[in-house]
Ligand binder design. Structure first.
Ligand code: DX5
Ligand code: ZN
Length: 242
């Protein structure tokens, strides 16, 4: 079973299939995998917690057969507890639940871990980081929503940038190893700023699958996020040097 690396400092690119062509999901995934994506982000929406419906365990099981990438399943549901085993059996490697809806968060995270997946806590732009205070030592990652969940292609909420920085300080001051994942409205224009504030796992849907070439989009997003010299600029530099 593929697992996410434990290297806390590595930037990981996590394409969200929400913006992929669902009729060609296998090919879409193959492209981002070839381009070096680290995780595949899977948005599960129940029509209650968020005003949209997406996919369930059968699609996750199909994805499991189509890729070796770790499946990062983001449960935007009012009752995720009822489906944890189903998603894990389907092949989820990482499972995040929303702090706003889960009544016994510690129990839920321990259940995810006991099922053999990595647990994560997701929180919305309007949700205070103080809700993480007690649960932080029990989670592997925190998914900071940088748009209100429900749809791909929304505009990044700028106020989430200092929130990521505050979360990073909270984690560091307690000596914890908790990865920060950010999700919503992310592309080449803001990935670096998020990484500078402490984000490490970068989810991107429309900026990857909405691009003319999703392979190139993954590579360029990684270059932007890590601050690497873009391949295009390097080529220009080499031409000038010659
Ligand atoms: C939104 C989802 C996101 C979404 C991101 O509710 O959780 O994962 O797919 O899509 P973009 O990158 O288009 O904002
Ligand atoms: Zn998501």
């Amino acid at each position: 079973m593929p697992r996410a690396s434990n290297a806390m400092n590595a930037v990981k690119i996590a394409p969200s299939i929400l913006s992929a062509d669902f009729a060609r999901l296998g090919e879409e995934i193959q492209r981002v995998e070839e381009a070096g994506a680290d995780l595949l982000h899977v948005d599960v929406m129940d029509g209650h917690y968020v005003p949209n419906l997406t996919i369930g365990p059968p699609v996750v099981a199909a994805l499991r057969k189509a890729t070796r990438l770790p499946l990062d399943v983001h449960l935007m549901m009012t009752n995720p507890d009822a489906f944890l085993r189903d998603f894990r059996d389907a092949g989820a490697d990482l499972i995040s639940v929303h702090v706003e809806v889960v009544p016994h968060l510690h129990r839920t995270l321990e259940t995810i871990r006991a099922l053999g997946a990595q647990p994560g806590v997701a929180l919305n732009p309007g949700t205070s980081l103080t809700l993480l205070d007690e649960i932080l030592p029990f989670t592997d990652f925190v998914l900071v929503m940088t748009v209100n969940p429900g749809f791909g292609g929304q505009r990044f909420i700028e106020a989430c940038l200092p929130k990521v920085a505050r979360l990073q300080r909270m984690i560091a001051s307690r000596g914890l190893e908790v990865a920060i994942e950010t999700d919503g409205g992310i592309g080449e224009h803001n990935a670096r700023a998020l990484v500078e504030q402490g984000a490490r796992w970068i989810v991107a849907g429309s900026s990857i699958f909405g691009a003319p070439d999703s392979r190139l989009a993954v590579k360029r997003l990684r270059e932007a996020a890590t601050g690497a010299t873009p391949a295009a600029a390097r080529e220009v530099g080499e031409t000038v040097a010659r």
